[in-house]
Design a protein around this ligand. Structure first.
Ligand code: MTE
Length: 330
C-alpha cells in the first residue's frame, strides 16, 4: 500500500504477485508436464520457495500452538468459498512493521515479541485499564469463522479465523454514551520491528471504527487461524477482522483500544486521504485513484473475479450506512 515514500501498492507489487501466483500454480498444477526435462528441473529450482522463506515457515510453526475448545460459528459467519491454502495466508502478508515486501513479515516473524502481552482499554468507558491478554480472553468462548479478506490492493483470500466478537469484549468495559468511535493501536517497538525504523507511516499503526461498526456481530477480535494461534506475520497475538472493509482496517498486534467521541485519525487515511478513506468499505464501484476495484484476484487462483459490494456482506451491513454517500465517504 505504500504511498508517500513508497506507496501502498505499486505496479511492482502486482507484478511480483503474478510471478508468485505463477510459481505456486505452476508447482501445484503443472509439475507433471515438466518432470523429467532439464528445463523443467531448472524452472522448478528457480521457482521454488527461497531457503529463507522455508526457514521462516519452520520458525513460524514453533511460534504457534493448537487452539482447543473452539466452536464453529453459525452459518452466517462462514462463507462457502474454498479456504485459502495456509501456506499462502502465512507467507504473503501485509505487515509493514515487519517489512514492506510480501514475504518479509514471515521472514522477520521472530522480531515480534508477543509474550507477555497486555491491552489498554481506555477513553469513554466505565472500567478503563490495562488488562493482560489471558484475562481479556478468559470469559469468552472461542469460535471459528470463515471470512473473505479483501485487500485494497485487489487480491483476496478466505481465512478460517478463530476469535471472539469485538462487541462482547467492548461491553465488558462499559462504554459511556459518549463512545461514538473505537480507535485501535498496534505495538510500537522500534528496537525490534524493522519497519518502524522506516518513515513509511506515522507509527504506531492506527485504525478505527464507528461504534456501531465495532458492535456489529461480524466484527471479530482474532487470536488464531487454521486451528492454531496467530503467527506473528498475521498479527499475533490479537488482531481485528472486519470482513466487509478493505484489509487495512483489520489492524494487527493490538495493544490499545480507545473509545472516544470523535473520529480517530487512522494511519492510511492520514498518509493518503485521497486514496484511503476512514470507512474503506469494499466497493467495486469506487476505484482506487491508481487502479480499479471492480475485480479481484483470489490468492491461489489465476483468474479474476468480480469484487462483491461490502465484500459479499451487503445484506448484513448495508443498513449501517443508510443515507451516506459511500462514493464521497469512502
Ligand atoms: N496491521 C498493521 N499493524 N500493520 C500493517 O501493515 N496491514 C494491513 C492489515 N493490518 C497491516 C495491518 C493490510 S494492508 C492488510 S491487507 C491486512 O493486514 C493483511 O492481513 P494478512 O497479512 O493477515 O493477510
Amino acid at each position: 500500500m505504500l504511498i508517500r515514500r513508497p506507496t501502498p501498492l505499486v505496479d511492482r507489487d502486482v507484478t511480483d504477485r503474478r510471478l508468485y501466483l505463477g510459481r505456486r500454480e505452476f508447482l501445484r498444477n503443472s509439475a507433471w508436464t515438466l518432470a523429467g526435462t532439464a528445463t523443467a528441473a531448472s524452472a522448478l529450482a528457480a521457482c521454488g520457495p527461497s531457503e529463507e522463506a522455508s526457514a521462516a515457515r519452520e520458525s513460524v510453526s514453533a511460534r504457534v500452538r493448537p487452539l482447543t475448545d473452539v466452536r464453529p460459528a453459525p452459518p452466517r459467519f462462514r462463507v462457502d468459498d474454498p479456504v485459502t491454502d495456509r501456506t499462502d495466508a502465512t507467507s504473503y502478508n501485509n505487515f509493514y512493521e515487519l517489512g514492506l515486501g510480501k514475504e518479509d513479515p514471515a521472514e522477520n516473524a521472530d522480531r515480534l515479541k508477543t509474550e507477555p502481552w497486555s491491552v489498554v482499554v481506555d477513553g469513554e468507558v466505565g472500567r478503563p485499564g490495562r488488562i493482560p491478554l489471558e484475562d481479556l480472553l478468559k470469559p469468552h468462548p472461542l469460535e471459528e469463522r470463515i471470512y473473505r479478506l479483501r485487500c485494497v490492493e485487489a487480491w483476496s483470500m478466505v481465512i478460517p479465523w478463530i476469535g471472539i466478537p469485538l462487541a462482547d469484549v467492548l461491553a465488558r468495559f462499559e462504554p459511556t454514551s459518549k463512545a461514538k468511535y473505537v480507535a485501535f493501536e498496534t505495538l510500537l517497538d522500534r528496537e525490534n520491528l524493522p519497519g518502524q525504523r522506516r518513515n513509511v507511516l506515522d507509527w504506531p499503526y492506527r485504525e478505527g471504527l464507528r461504534i456501531d461498526e465495532a458492535m456489529h456481530p461480524l466484527s471479530l477480535l482474532a487470536v488464531g487461524m487454521y486451528g492454531e494461534t496467530l503467527p506473528p506475520q498475521n498479527g499475533a497475538p490479537l488482531r481485528l477482522v472486519v470482513p466487509w472493509k478493505y484489509g487495512f482496517k483489520s489492524i494487527k498486534s493490538i495493544v490499545r483500544i480507545r473509545l472516544q467521541e470523535t473520529e480517530p485519525m487512522t494511519s492510511w487515511n492520514e498518509s493518503a486521504p485521497n486514496e484511503y478513506g476512514f470507512y474503506a468499505n469494499v466497493n467495486p464501484k469506487v476505484s482506487h485513484p491508481r487502479w480499479s476495484q471492480a475485480k479481484e484476484r483470489r490468492i491461489g487462483s489465476w483468474s479474476k473475479r468480480p469484487t462483491l459490494p461490502f465484500n459479499g456482506y451487503e445484506e448484513q451491513v448495508a443498513s449501517l450506512y443508510t443515507g451516506m454517500n459511500l462514493r464521497k465517504q469512502f
